[in-house]
Design a protein around this ligand. Structure first.
Ligand code: XMP
Length: 319
């Protein structure tokens, strides 16, 4: 049977003591931090945990299924999946300005989360995957440049508003410790080493106005990029690798027909802190495979570009 490490055992005991016999709500995103929080709470308090996954329609390919498999099936948690695609798509209709997209996604998220959380009776705590670096950062000037370059979507203010007490079991940990804890708790390597994914999801990688059709194209192209990086054994070597759908059409030729389709940009970076980043020097044959597959397999794409900009001055995301 699975033997828990000391690190995990100590964290579990700490949570048990804090929570007692009360109920905890935990939001799941498919990301490492929220997954580790949920796994930790589950091991500590089992049936007193309720998880909420808001599917905003902006998740990556098969992401909802992955979370359900991991938390609904493997851990047998009380998992509430909210299908909120319609809500998010309608609030994003006609909106192409990046900060306005983020703002609307943030509000929609809070609305959906609140609505679902209030259905869970007797909840006392709301769990969040705050890490030590977040704690330090939030102590810095809230209106400083880092805060205003991109509005990062979070659920600040939500626990108080809903009358919940906040519980942040990862507050003293750095990212590498969170990963170690995740492994000790039995989460699969593929989840623990997942690249970070922004809260506003594919919306900030679908440049300009977001539509279901564009998301479908982006999702397919993105899954090819990630699959090829994994197959090349370079997933852990890179910090983030993904596709961006450009709002640009260009001319191509397929068979004897002229095409006038969209372009995909591949973005892959290497970074330690996400404040600065270098573009990954991916092998040409890997880039060639990605390009051939995307153009052949994804309808609506006839051109693929590779982003060779470092941060700064470019940011990692395109919006
Ligand atoms: P940038 O694009 O600013 O990204 O170089 C730095 C890191 O932050 C992530 N990112 C976000 N994460 N909400 C998030 O939760 C956001 O709005 C957001 N914007 C960027 C990005 O993926 C990268 O890891």
């Amino acid at each position: 049977t699975w033997q828990l490490g000391d690190f995990a055992q100590a964290a579990i005991e700490h949570v048990r003591e804090l929570v007692g016999d009360r109920r905890v709500i935990c939001g799941l995103s498919g990301g490492v931090d929220s997954s580790v929080v949920a796994a930790l709470l589950y091991k500590a308090i089992g049936p007193q945990l309720s998880c909420i996954l808001i599917d905003n329609g902006l998740l990556r390919k098969d992401e909802q299924a992955l979370v359900i498999r991991e938390f609904g099936d493997h851990f047998k948690t009380d998992l509430h999946v909210v299908d909120a695609e319609e809500r998010f798509m309608s609030t994003l209709e006609g909106i192409s300005e990046p900060q306005e997209k983020r703002r609307r996604i943030g509000y929609a998220f809070i609305d959906c989360f609140k609505e679902e959380a209030t259905k869970i009776k007797d909840a006392h705590f709301l769990a969040q995957g705050t890490l030590y670096p977040d704690v330090i950062e939030s102590g810095a000037d809230p209106d400083g440049p880092a805060a205003t370059i991109k509005l990062h979507h979070n659920v600040g203010g939500l626990p108080e508003e809903l009358g919940f007490e906040l519980i942040e079991p990862l507050r003293d940990l750095f990212k590498d410790e969170v990963r170690r804890l995740g492994l000790e708790l039995g989460l699969p390597e593929s989840l623990v080493w997942r690249h970070p994914f922004p809260g506003p999801g594919l919306a900030v990688r679908c440049l300009g106005e977001v539509t279901r059709e564009k998301l479908k194209v982006l999702r397919e192209a993105d899954s090819i990029v990630v699959e090829e990086i994994v197959n090349a054994g370079l997933y852990r070597e890179t910090s983030q690798s993904f596709a961006v759908l450009l709002p640009v059409q260009s001319v191509g030729v397929m068979g004897d027909a002229r095409t006038y389709d969209n372009a995909i940009a591949i973005r892959s970076v290497k970074t330690d802190d996400f404040m600065t980043a270098d573009w990954s020097h991916l092998p040409y044959d890997l880039l060639a495979r990605m390009s051939t597959r995307i153009i052949n397999e994804v309808a609506g794409i006839n051109r693929v570009c590779y982003d060779i900009s470092s941060k700064p001055p470019a940011t990692i995301e395109w919006e």
